[in-house]
Write a new protein. Sequence first.
Length: 386
Amino acid sequence: MLILHAADLHLGKTIHERDISSDQEAMLDRLLELLAEHRPAALLLAGDLYDRSIPPPEAVRLFDSFLSRAVGADPSLVVVAIPGNHDSAARLSFGTQIMSRAGVHIRTAAALCSESVTIEADGELAEVWSLPFLGAGAFEAPGDGLLKGQAELFAEAMRRIVPRLDPKAHNVLLAHCFAAGGTSSESERAFAGMAEQVDSSAFAAFDYVALGHLHRFQAVGTTGRYAGSPLAYSFAEGTEAKGFVLVDLKKEGGFEARLLPVLPLHAMRRVEGPFSALSAPGAYSQYRGDFVEARLTDPEPVLSPIEPLRANFPNLLSVRQAAFEIASARAGDAGSDRLPGIDAEKPRSVIEDFSAFYAEMKASPPDEEISALFASLVEEAEREAL
């Protein structure tokens, strides 16, 4: 049985304030081509369908058009989608009962994780167990206890799902989480510390685990796979392979998964060198159609570099100057406002700021319990901010 696994579409996203809706439309057109070419039994969308909880109308129309075209082209296709941490589960739940009659199942309630979506194709059976991003209050804890953080919530979900797995079917878990052993990328929202990671050992109970949240295509454990984002959403990701994952669930057990690439309308490129070289007429002509970040290595600041650079890079999105970065690092080393234990040349995370502040106030770093408590507070604050 073939399934197509996609994740982290982030429809409505902008990059350095640049609208990339045309790039995302082309990406979804590519997904439609792959659906028509491979005719999978199901399309699994592992969260972060949108880039924010209240997406722009254009992003909603784009996703609506995609679903209509996908189901219209293949009425037998089953679509199963879950919200990620960037989505609003409440908003995505609108119309789900009606859409499920057309084979589009948007599963937004964690409490329904033990109710699978059944897929039948060519005499084979698959059960898809859907686990949206788990926020505070996703489950009622037994007794008077309070489930805290992703690890406890995920464990509770597994307690509900695993006993119901069908030994005669392919059991597929669709989840949006940070699994231990996964590698994050630059464009993901940074969550604090290890508190967000869930134990991937539970994946062994499933024939395949279709994951979303991390933007790099990668394996986690034996059966877990991150599809990654289908487009590069930061310059650091510009050299990574991007696309959708075609999964062949073998009748005799096991699976094969391979990345089907997406060729973006605009690749993400970083160029580096002195201003004279980057602004020379015709320099880097192969990158004229790409989104570009230019880093000037001149030891002295270059005044008004953008327009001369834009002559070579029409889609210039960012300019960095080594002269400013070096000066900033030196100022940080010389100043008294930098907390101990923080590298001035690296961006501070919230957890690093807290740890350094705590050490400054208490003359010793926070222990694991205090760090975990602070991490859970940061998680709750970020969820409420979406």
